[in-house]
Design a protein around this ligand. Structure first.
Ligand SMILES: *Cc1c(COP(=O)(O)O)cnc(C)c1O
Length: 231
């Protein structure tokens, strides 16, 4: 992208996260997930060399290819995009955390595959708190019921929530989306036994500072680190 090195960009993003955390008076750690989608496996190796330990991919096939090239244990792999049910069993061994559990049928398929494979699948429940119909996940009014059903399934460890803000310069709309997700996350922690409020995944290149101020514990950052993706 520009003349700076990846290591320098990582450092800058980490500093921006730190400052946002300080502004909000937050003490919990915020994990930077480097989103390498559309970039070659070398981007993952570069991320590791730059000190990153968490990598995100949004397509199961691309994830599987990169895991094959770079190694399953080289880094923590996050699947952050929609997972089709017919790809669930195959994708399962390739990731450490699925951010995008977005339907009960997918939860049931993953649960069965996890039991069959003798694994526990770590998942985040994707909530749609932006009100945009194009985005996946459960709406605020259905999320508690969904979390209750998902935690009851064997083989799943339900460790938090994920949301995506609208793509807009309207800061109030972005923050509102994050706040509503945070409120749902806290409510699930208080009300749903078996829900582990370990992670709140929100914030991308455009909005990760606002997300951190609103309580994010996992930011998913791609283009600020690796450059704009081809369209
Ligand atoms: C691509 C993607 C990101 C990263 O987007 P950038 O704007 O490049 O930081 C984050 N989350 C999800 C779910 C994505 O698909």
């Amino acid at each position: 992208m520009d003349g700076t090195t990846l290591a320098a960009r990582v450092e800058e993003v980490r500093e921006r996260i730190e400052r946002a955390r300080e502004r909000a008076g937050r003490t919990e750690a915020v994990t930077l997930v480097a989103v390498t989608k559309t970039h070659p496996a070398q981007a993952v190796r570069d991320a590791i060399a730059a000190g990153l330990a968490d990598v995100g991919e949004n397509r199961p096939q691309e994830l599987e290819e990169k895991v094959g090239e770079v190694g399953r244990d080289a880094v923590r792999w996050h699947l952050i995009g929609h997972l089709q049910r017919n790809k669930a069993a195959r994708a399962l061994p390739c990731f450490d955390l699925l951010h995008s559990l977005d339907s009960l049928r997918l939860a049931e398929t993953l649960s069965k595959a996890a039991v069959d494979q003798g694994r526990t699948v770590r998942v985040l429940v994707q909530v749609n708190t932006s009100g945009e119909e194009t985005k996946g996940g459960w709406g605020a009014d259905e999320a508690m019921d969904a979390v209750g059903r998902v935690v009851a399934l064997p083989g799943l460890s339900v460790e938090g929530m994920m949301t995506m803000a609208p793509f807009t310069a309207d800061e109030a709309a972005v923050r509102g989306t994050f706040r509503r997700a945070r409120a749902l996350w806290e409510r699930a922690a208080a009300e749903v036994q078996g829900f582990r409020a370990l992670h709140l995944s929100m914030g991308m290149s455009n909005d990760f500072e606002a997300a951190v101020e609103e309580g994010s514990t996992l930011v998913r950052v791609g283009s600020v680190l690796f450059g704009e993706r081809g369209r």
